[in-house]
Design a protein around this ligand. Structure first.
Ligand code: SF4
Length: 207
């Protein structure tokens, strides 16, 4: 598939300034678990970063961008388009969902197939869709080794979700944060810990 055809399927990739490589974000208002959590004081979604800052300033454009990408996810050419774009633009590291989250099991299965098709690319996907992840693992087994699925804890200053190999949590205490991006102008620089399946839990400082 040509790049321009791939772009016409998915609309665009996102390029978070923090990290290496590209990402693919969706509308945070469509998060299934996230929208339940956003109503709960003290949850990690109560002050969702993807609903404020840059995303809020450009919210009209972002809404259009996210809508195109969601159409892309549901397009039968989604996998071919993403494989083409990742190979060309982000062959080493790719992050799923700098905003938004998994929509359903079919979406997750597409992401797994993309990882299998690109064994030399490292994928990291944070998610709060615990039931989808449990259901996938029960039915289909482990994820490919190049796809690190980090299940995000639901509440700030609380522990990780139980029963998953890779997780993340959020703290308000700088000394407890293992992600030190806040010391580097919010950038990952050389750190790639989120993509490393040997690191069980990452602790982020609350945004
Ligand atoms: S732990 Fe490392 S790779 Fe992950 S967000 Fe922080 S700086 Fe980036």
């Amino acid at each position: 598939m040509k790049i321009k055809d791939a772009m016409s399927v998915i609309g665009s990739l996102s390029k978070p300034s923090k990290m290496p490589g590209f990402s693919f974000g969706l509308n945070p208002n469509l998060c299934n678990q996230g929208n339940i959590l956003s109503q709960i004081e003290g949850s990690v979604c109560n002050k969702c970063y993807a609903k404020k800052g840059f995303y809020n300033v450009y919210k009209k454009q972002m809404a259009e961008t996210w809508a195109k990408r969601l159409n892309g996810v549901n397009n039968i050419l989604f996998e071919s388009a993403m494989i083409t774009l990742i190979q060309k633009k982000s062959p080493d590291y790719f992050r799923w969902h700098d905003a938004g989250d998994l929509q359903n099991m079919e979406h997750l299965k597409k992401i797994v197939r993309i990882a299998r098709a690109l064994p030399n690319t490292k994928f990291w996907m944070p998610t709060k869709e615990v039931n989808l992840i449990r259901s996938y693992n029960k039915t289909y087994g482990e994820f490919p080794s190049n796809l690190v699925v980090r299940v995000s804890g639901f509440m700030v200053d609380k522990g990780a979700s139980k029963g998953f190999k890779n997780t993340s949590t959020v703290t308000t205490n700088k000394t407890l944060a293992t992600c030190r991006a806040f010391e580097n102008g919010g950038k990952c620089n050389e750190c790639r810990n989120c993509w490393d399946s040997n690191i069980n839990n990452i602790v982020y400082l609350e945004h």
